[in-house]
Design a protein around this ligand. Structure first.
Ligand SMILES: *Cc1c(COP(=O)(O)O)cnc(C)c1O
Length: 400
């Protein structure tokens, strides 16, 4: 029987790129999908559901509180908004107008990336710090903690930190510098899972708020994410994504999640209203998070191992290319298949190969991130049974 995409006339693809948004993310846990379907047939108070989600996220991350968001990008927007407004509803109603507010976010220049648009969407202006000449091969330095400390002023709402294995300065140093000036640190850790231990790591290293993607390795709903951290900031974030068209008297937030006594009134539809999550995404994310957090090695790691061995095996003896299985080739705990092309003999670049794989039917998505080094990477995280053999056949057809 045709699947839902075929019935719509949309082609399914073989995803050897990994859980990226443009290829529709990954393969959700069937348990999470079932929970979403079940949730869709009941109504709850959404704040009560988020309050329970907060407890479950707190348990998994070691943070004081947490919020299910519509993605890591939404978590960054809400986190930044929370740092700017605190629990003041008047300020919440004003964003993205930050005039007169703490409207600056300090960021090491080497951490700048296009996902920080979510932070800028709050109205915040990014203040870049340091010169990362280590990337130019002309020096050895990156931003240093003292430079971050110096850039923090009266208008600083937060420091933005993008977690990466090679990120400098260390999060601990940055947190120390920021906290000495009373400023929170917002960490983009969207793609830093697995390992599952990273769920706790950034909070342990001093982050005040951390954003994770729910649609990547957690294998929750594609449009889900997590914001976790300080209780007051998570409360401020929650308030800016909810529909609050009710009377203050009528509104009874769970006290452990939002302290009504600290609010002079209710903010209306906040800056984060356009990134709302439904009850379906919330239960889907919570179900997936429980499965993901249960073990340090990803529960699907044995399957990924089978796929990379299968693909590498089926490509054995391939002409004009070297094929190898690379441990931690995608990230810690995720192996990959690396194909290094003899571009002259093959008569095409690694990027050409990726484009041609994409053009066939079904389209095959691989990772061309290192094509200039003649490398194509195959990511096993979103593959299904039988697909490694199909990929190998197409690669053999293309490289003759
Ligand atoms: C994927 C990613 C995001 C966005 O995550 P979504 O869950 O898709 O919103 C943000 N920052 C970084 C560094 C990412 O890799």
């Amino acid at each position: 029987m045709a699947n839902v995409f075929e019935r719509l006339g949309v082609r399914t693809i073989i995803n050897a790129k990994g859980p990226a948004t443009r290829v529709s993310g990954g393969l959700m846990w069937p348990e999470a999908a079932a929970a979403m379907e079940e949730a869709s047939q009941h109504c709850v108070d959404i704040l009560e559901l988020q309050a329970r989600a907060s407890e479950i996220i707190a348990e998994a991350t070691g943070a004081e509180a947490g919020l299910v968001t519509s993605g890591a990008s939404a978590a960054l927007l809400l986190g930044a908004a929370a740092c700017i407004t605190g629990l003041d509803p008047a300020r919440m109603n004003r964003l993205p107008d930050t005039s007169g507010l703490k409207g600056e976010v300090v960021v090491p220049r080497s951490h700048r990336n296009f996902y920080d648009h979510a932070v800028r969407a709050t109205g915040a202006r990014l203040v870049e710090v340091g010169l990362a000449d280590r990337f130019a091969g002309a020096g050895v330095r990156d931003a240093e903690a003292w430079e971050i400390a110096e850039a923090i002023g009266e208008r600083t709402a937060a420091v933005l930190y993008v977690a990466q294995p090679h990120a400098l300065p260390s999060l601990r140093e940055v947190a120390e510098a920021a906290h000495a000036k009373g400023v929170p640190v917002l960490v983009d850790a969207a793609a830093q899972l697995p390992p599952a231990s990273n769920l706790r790591r950034f909070i342990a290293e001093g982050a005040d708020l951390v954003a994770f993607s729910g649609g990547k390795a957690i294998f929750g709903p594609q449009a889900s994410g997590v914001l976790c951290g300080r209780r007051d900031l998570v409360a401020a974030a929650a308030l800016q994504t909810l529909d609050q068209d009710i009377f203050f008297e009528q509104w009874n937030p769970p006290p452990g999640f939002i302290d009504k006594a600290r609010l002079k009134g209710l903010p209306q539809h906040g800056i984060g209203r356009s990134c709302k999550v439904g009850k379906e995404e919330i239960v889907g994310l919570l179900t997936a998070l429980r499965l993901f957090a249960a073990s340090e090695a990803h529960p699907r790691a044995p399957l990924w191992r089978v796929y990379v061995e299968e693909l590498a095996g089926a490509l054995k003896g391939l002409q004009h290319a070297r094929v190898e299985v690379v441990e931690d080739g995608i990230k810690t705990g995720v192996p990959g298949v690396r194909l290094t092309l003899d571009t002259e003999a093959a008569g095409m670049s690694a990027l050409d190969l990726v484009c041609r794989l994409q053009e066939g039917t079904p389209g095959i998505q691989a990772d061309p991130g290192r094509w200039r080094e003649r490398i194509v990477t195959f990511n096993p995280m979103c593959l299904k049974p039988g697909e490694p053999a199909l990929i190998a056949r197409r690669v053999r057809e293309l490289i003759r």
